[in-house]
Design a binder for this molecule. Structure first.
Ligand SMILES: Cc1cc2nc3c(=O)[nH]c(=O)nc-3n(C[C@H](O)[C@H](O)[C@H](O)COP(=O)(O)OP(=O)(O)OC[C@H]3O[C@@H](n4cnc5c(N)ncnc54)[C@H](O)[C@@H]3O)c2cc1C
Length: 450
């Protein structure tokens, strides 16, 4: 089947956040888009579904955004969904120490000058203002250094702040996580002040915020969205992709057509000859307990010294996240329920409430391992085939595998596709710039921030 026209069609393969963002940008620019998704739903690793056991909708995993996630917020503006997020008016991060029962709230001030570290009531208890300067060593860290080597691991500040932040942001234990990548996260968030760190969570669910409004917008923009369409192979000429081969359908590309491949890394590696991608993964375990938290309790609480790391208060569930969960992912679900429920009950002051209905979700390949070695395996959006772009959280975004990274990668690929065909300049604020194909990272060993 031929789909091309003189204006060209952009074929986006994979309807996770990277693919949705790419499709939204290209369709929003008035270009023709076809989006193909192998499964029966969009959203990939960031979506909601009805869980029959719990009798309610849940998110596949708890996802937290910050106001500094400008690519994600730009995407939500494009699809008209920014008002589906909720969060406190200021950057407040409540914590609970499961070993001592102590509670505190981290409160970075709004502006970039971090005077909050001077105020005992705003910083981590048991720490001094000078302790926070230790984070500056991340900036000068060797590209091969890991987070755990840069900090003094005996300090309260490490256990109560740097470690939980690094594990949550990179989904990688501090003994393996890239120090440079953690620095990148800190300068995009805490480094820009509390104004960039205000937490945001979907008011209803991940799909209601990131997925359904995008599909609606795409359809209104005339994009064709096809589910159950698994790309099996690509045909190549010397310098371009010439054919998309789905099960039962082959699509011949016209000269002006482009392809944005927004599948997960291992699928991209199977489809594109010679492509190097990260090949080690890190699990996340979520436990969703069907119960409601006391009115007025925080939307989420960080847990120190327990098995649970973050607990989120949703409309119908209290939901636990354990990142870099290698140490528990093989434990039986029954055991995990008991341990995690005790911590949930203590954290949200539920007293001796019996164990409610629960769903344990183990995502063994939640994200790639954010180790220095794996970062070097991230490919650029551009490929040696001029009409083929890559998108996905695994590509060389300069960010960890996150919503922000995935959406940024989709936008990069889309702007590239638009620029190559129409010489359309990236919009103001976009991180993408036309670059030399062979450009190397400005910081040795660090991924490009395109
Ligand atoms: C449990 C969990 C918790 C997380 N928590 C956070 C968090 O708190 N904050 C945060 O920012 N990030 C978080 N993340 C990471 C974030 O969800 C991902 O980085 C992001 O969703 C990845 O999007 P993507 O589009 O790159 O990939 P994917 O979501 O994997 O999308 C790829 C899509 O391609 C489709 N596909 C695959 N093969 C084919 C094929 N051959 N043909 C057509 N389609 C195909 C797939 O079905 C899928 O829909 C979490 C992830 C998990 C799993």
């Amino acid at each position: 089947m031929k789909t091309g026209s003189t204006n060209g069609v952009t074929h986006v393969v994979g309807a996770g956040l990277a693919g949705l963002a790419a499709a939204a940008v290209v369709a929003g620019a008035g270009r023709r888009v076809r989006l193909y998704e192998a499964s029966g739903h969009a959203g990939g690793r960031c979506r909601s579904y009805f869980d029959a056991e719990l009798g309610c909708r849940i998110d596949n995993g708890n996802h937290l955004l910050l106001t500094g996630n400008r690519r994600a917020l730009d995407y939500l503006d494009r699809i008209g969904a920014r008002d589906t997020l909720e969060g406190p008016g200021d950057a407040v991060f409540p914590f609970f120490d499961a070993t001592t029962g102590r509670r505190w709230v981290l409160r970075p001030n709004r502006g970039p000058l971090p005077w909050w570290v001077l105020r005992r009531s705003r910083r981590v208890p048991g720490t001094h203002a000078r302790d926070y300067l230790e984070a500056m060593a991340l900036r000068r860290a060797d590209p091969a250094a890991v987070v755990g080597e840069v900090f003094d691991r005996q300090r309260q500040l490490f256990a109560r702040l740097w470690q939980p932040l690094a594990v949550a942001a990179l989904n990688t234990g501090v003994g393996q996580a890239s120090a440079r990548l953690f620095w990148r996260i800190l300068i995009e968030t805490l480094g820009r002040g509390g104004g960039a760190c205000r937490p945001l969570v979907p008011h209803v669910g991940l799909s209601e915020t990131f997925v359904d409004p995008a599909l609606g917008k795409l359809r209104r923009n005339g994009a064709a969205v096809q589910f159950g369409a698994r790309l099996r192979a690509l045909d190549f000429t010397a310098d371009r992709v010439s054919m998309l081969r789905f099960e039962g359908e082959a699509i011949e590309l016209a000269a002006a057509d482009a392809v944005i491949l927004a599948t997960p890394a291992p699928v991209a590696a199977r489809l594109v000859p010679g492509l190097t991608v990260p090949d080690r993964y890190s699990p996340i375990v979520n436990a969703h307990f069907r119960c409601t938290a006391p009115a007025g309790s925080p939307l989420f609480i960080g847990v120190i010294g327990g098995t649970a790391e973050w607990i989120f208060r949703k409309r119908q569930v209290l939901s636990v996240t354990v990142s870099a969960a290698d140490r528990i992912v093989d434990r039986p679900a029954d055991e995990l329920c008991e341990i995690l429920w005790q911590e949930v009950a203590a954290t949200y002051d539920l007293g001796s409430t019996p164990l409610p209905p629960v769903r344990i979700v183990k995502e063994r390949r939640a994200t790639f391992l954010a180790s220095p070695g794996q970062l070097l395996r991230r490919p650029a959006a551009a490929t040696r085939w001029r009409n083929l772009m890559l998108a996905g959280d695994y590509t060389d975004t300069g960010l960890p595998a996150t919503i922000e990274g995935a959406i940024g990668s989709g936008m990069t690929a889309a702007h590239r596709a638009l620029f190559l065909r129409d010489r359309v300049a990236p919009p103001p604020g976009s991180t993408w710039r036309p670059v030399d194909e062979g450009r190397k990272s400005r910081i040795e060993g660090m991924p490009n921030l395109q």
